[in-house]
Design a protein around this ligand. Structure first.
Ligand code: ZN
Length: 366
């Protein structure tokens, strides 16, 4: 147990989410509980992780989650580990939520993205069609996030582009997508910000400079690709060529990732008991698969030459290549990662703040 790397999870506490501030001490080694000296509350080591209040050993949970993240059927796990189906589904959902928190904390931070590819997958729920739209950063193969929806429309694409914007810095950026028209409007609507208004009223919006969009339209005859049209919809040819870095306009990387997701989600999407009847289940599954792909899976095209322990290559995960972490994670680490809550802000009250509130604010908000 290390109090220096632990933070207080209490949302009421001014010291929440702060590590190394000296406010955490060990409350009980036997029960593995810490105590926060600021709010005087105790909390268990596993608070805020997937294993919080689980009775099963962590080794079993991490093996089951690793299998689920690779598309192992739930029924196979129920049979092999002699677990209850509802228990497995509960772990699945919790692991998906954990993946979403980790993704938001470590990946959805502004970075220079370069080239981004986006695409949609069509899936079937019980009695309905569902669409998964996902985006990938090309230089590091980092999965930037995905959205699930019943319709492949502007709303779905806009939610996806908003996820990409959360990961992007205001730098030259190229989107490569299929020929779906919604991308054009979604990119124009999302990549802009308000100008400081000189007088009251709605501020004017200014588009980000250097955001380009290139589309690849495949033409089919008798279900076979007969021709490919590449077009630049937004931005100049020189800008696009610079961002492509010698490559042609294509969407091969996101299509490869889609194929992986499609294979792993097949068990969910196929008709089976108590599975994907709801888009929420699919959403959780997608985040589990995406974060295991980003943080735990070594990517062959990202490895670097170098000699380590007699091996000729240094393996890298997409998150490592993108500088979002410093090592390849295990599924166990993903499940145990504690995402800190946002910084505390003093509660808004009428009148002047009291001296005690001011003191807390100067101590914990700066
Ligand atoms: Zn506290």
């Amino acid at each position: 147990m290390d109090p220096q790397t632990t933070f207080c999870p209490n949302l009421e506490c001014p010291a929440r989410g702060r590590t190394g501030a000296g406010n955490i001490c060990i409350h009980s080694r036997k029960e593995r509980r810490y105590k926060c000296r600021v709010c005087e509350k105790t909390f268990t080591e596993t608070k805020g992780t997937v294993t919080y209040r689980l009775r099963t050993a962590l080794d079993v949970v991490s093996v089951v989650v690793a299998l689920l993240s690779h598309g192992c059927p739930v029924q196979a796990i129920v049979f092999a580990f002699q677990l209850d189906e509802r228990t497995v589904m509960k772990w699945f959902k919790r692991a998906g939520q954990q993946g979403e928190r980790v993704q938001a904390h470590l990946v959805e931070q502004p970075h220079d993205l370069g080239q981004v590819q986006a695409d949609e997958i069509r899936g079937k729920l019980q009695g309905a069609v569902v669409w998964l739209a996902m985006a990938l950063q090309v230089p590091t193969r980092l999965w930037l996030g995905g959205v699930v929806g019943r319709d492949r429309d502007l709303g779905l694409i806009k939610r996806l582009i908003q996820k990409v914007r959360a990961c992007a810095l205001c730098r030259p950026l190229l989107f490569c997508t299929d020929g779906l028209r919604a991308y054009v409007r979604a990119i124009r609507q999302v990549f802009r910000e308000p100008l400081a208004a000189a007088h009251g009223g709605r501020p004017r919006l200014r588009s980000w400079e250097g955001v380009c969009l290139a589309q690849v339209v495949k033409q089919y005859t008798q279900r076979r690709v007969s021709g490919i049209v590449r077009r630049i919809v937004q931005g100049t040819e020189a800008q696009v060529r610079m961002l492509l870095g010698g490559q042609r306009i294509h969407t091969a990387y996101i299509e490869r990732l889609n194929a992986t997701f499609r294979a792993r989600l097949a068990n969910l999407v196929r008709r089976s008991r108590g599975l994907a009847r709801q888009t929420a289940t699919l959403h959780a599954a997608m985040y589990l698969m995406g974060t295991v792909y980003n943080f735990c899976t070594e990517h062959k095209s990202l490895r670097l030459p170098g000699l380590v322990n007699g091996h000729k290559w240094i393996p890298r995960t997409p998150a490592l290549a993108a500088g979002r972490t410093d090592h390849c994670w295990t599924v166990r680490e993903l499940l145990l990662y504690r995402v800190p809550p946002p910084r505390w802000t003093p509660p808004k009250r009428r009148g002047r703040p009291s001296n005690a509130t001011k003191q807390l604010a100067t101590q914990w908000c700066t």
